[in-house]
Design a protein around this ligand. Structure first.
Ligand code: ASP
Length: 418
């Protein structure tokens, strides 16, 4: 069997959904499970709605109406007005209505997951209905009953044993009857609350299903020709890799290459399942294949840019040495605020850390650090990582910029720049 994952860009409008159905129609020799993200930029819009609800902002209803409108316009282009999918979608949106009618709960992450998850619940209903309309037998699977997580909202940790058991129990039989369509990005807790797996987590969903079902391959359909050496939005001349090893792909995603969610590769590597990254607008093209291969020579360096970074310097109040006890306290705060460290450096009297700027986490982190430490920081920085670097390229990348921190190893250079 195979697993396909379609991201938001591939289902952003009616023609995207029609294109998806054509790709599925041409690839039905083996059973197929399809993981779908929220349509277009819906997750961002739902994040805005969550904020507006928590702040009880005046534009809350307006934001919600816009999200509904966007989906209904697409529905009207694909289905006759009396089609059952209209009720399915309406009933899913009603779940948000119920949530936002009440006073906001004080657990932001919990509210976030209950609201933001609607994007995938709606997109998959639409895709599933369209496949059936196009004559491709398809069933919708509520992923929340199959991917079991703990209650770390916004970053649900998967209970692999339970997940495997649920998936193996039901999904193979469903796949015999036709295509199975399921939401990406979501999981469910033992109390039946919805969780999300972290932004861009639908790739990970595909990888979980593939590992549990021992799939022949996973294909991630994207709006780029495959895995590129740099982000085409930031760099003009990019090069596509035909082949990558799991190890290289893990490194790339770890450093922030947004082409694949970082948690996606490991389960596939363990199960030796190849991962293909292919362009949804040119499905006949080979894309990139990620597998166990070892023999790749890197002629083209990988350039990864993470924007919106904070560089924080922590010292003791009396400028004494940073001891292991201090480090333990500092790391404890990073863990409890779920702040992921992108790069760090230690000197006698200070400890410097670079991480993504996320205002709510940053506020909590500062509240924890300031009573015990002296803290200085810079914002709006970029973290540039280059793998398989060449000196000339490094110069080019930093021209006109101030390098605030640099770390070099045999294969990788990382620079925090302003
Ligand atoms: N819709 C979610 C997001 O935008 C998950 C995904 O697309 O992978 O982060």
């Amino acid at each position: 069997m195979q697993v396909y994952k379609f991201g938001g860009a591939s289902v952003k409008d009616a023609s995207g959904i029609i294109n998806l159905s054509e790709i599925v129609r041409k690839n039905r020799e083996t059973p197929l499970l399809i993981v779908v993200s929220a349509m277009g930029k819906t997750t961002n819009a739902l994040e805005k709605l969550t904020r507006a609800y928590v702040d009880q902002a005046d534009d809350m209803q307006f934001i919600f109406e816009e999200i509904k409108q966007y989906h209904y316009e697409i529905l009207h282009q694909l289905f006759a007005p009396n089609h059952a999918v209209f009720d399915e979608v309406e009933n899913t949106f009603v779940e948000i209505e119920w949530t936002i009618e009440d006073e906001p709960h004080d657990d932001f992450d919990f509210i976030y997951d209950q609201i933001v998850s609607i994007g995938e619940l709606v997109s998959t209903r639409i895709v599933n209905a369209y496949l059936n309309k196009a004559g491709i037998a398809s069933q919708w699977l509520d992923v929340r009953g199959y991917i079991h997580t703990d209650n770390t909202y916004r970053e649900g940790k998967v209970d692999w044993a339970k997940t495997k058991q649920s998936i193996q129990q039901d999904v193979p039989a469903l796949l015999q009857k036709g295509v199975v369509v399921t939401p990406g990005f979501l999981g469910g807790t033992s109390e039946n609350f919805t969780t999300t797996l972290g932004r861009e987590g639908s790739d990970y969903t595909a990888s979980i299903f593939a590992a549990c079902l021992n799939a022949d391959s996973v294909t991630i359909w994207k709006d780029v020709p495959g895995v590129l050496n740099a982000d085409p939005k930031l760099f003009e001349a990019t090069v596509k890799y035909d082949e990558l090893s799991y190890a290289e792909a893990i490194e790339m995603t770890y450093y922030g290459a947004s082409v694949i969610h970082p948690k996606t590769i490991k389960p596939l590597q363990n199960a030796k399942i190849p991962l293909l990254v292919k362009p949804f607008l040119h499905p006949e093209e080979p894309g990139t294949i990620i597998s166990e291969t070892q023999h790749i020579v890197f002629n083209t360096p990988v350039i990864i840019v993470k924007q919106n970074q904070v560089l924080l310097s922590i010292s003791t109040k009396d400028y004494s040495f940073i001891s292991e006890d201090h480090l333990s306290e500092i790391f404890g705060l990073f863990a409890s605020t779920h702040t992921k460290v992108n790069i760090m450096q230690n000197s006698a009297v200070s400890f410097t850390v670079c991480f993504d700027d996320a205002p709510e986490k940053f506020e909590k982190l500062m509240l924890g650090l300031q009573p015990a430490f002296r803290v200085k920081y810079n914002t709006e920085l970029s973290l540039i990582t280059v793998r398989h670097y060449k000196q000339g390229l490094l110069k080019e990348l930093t021209t006109g910029k101030i390098v605030l921190l640099e770390q070099i190893s045999r294969n990788t250079v990382q620079m925090v720049v302003k």
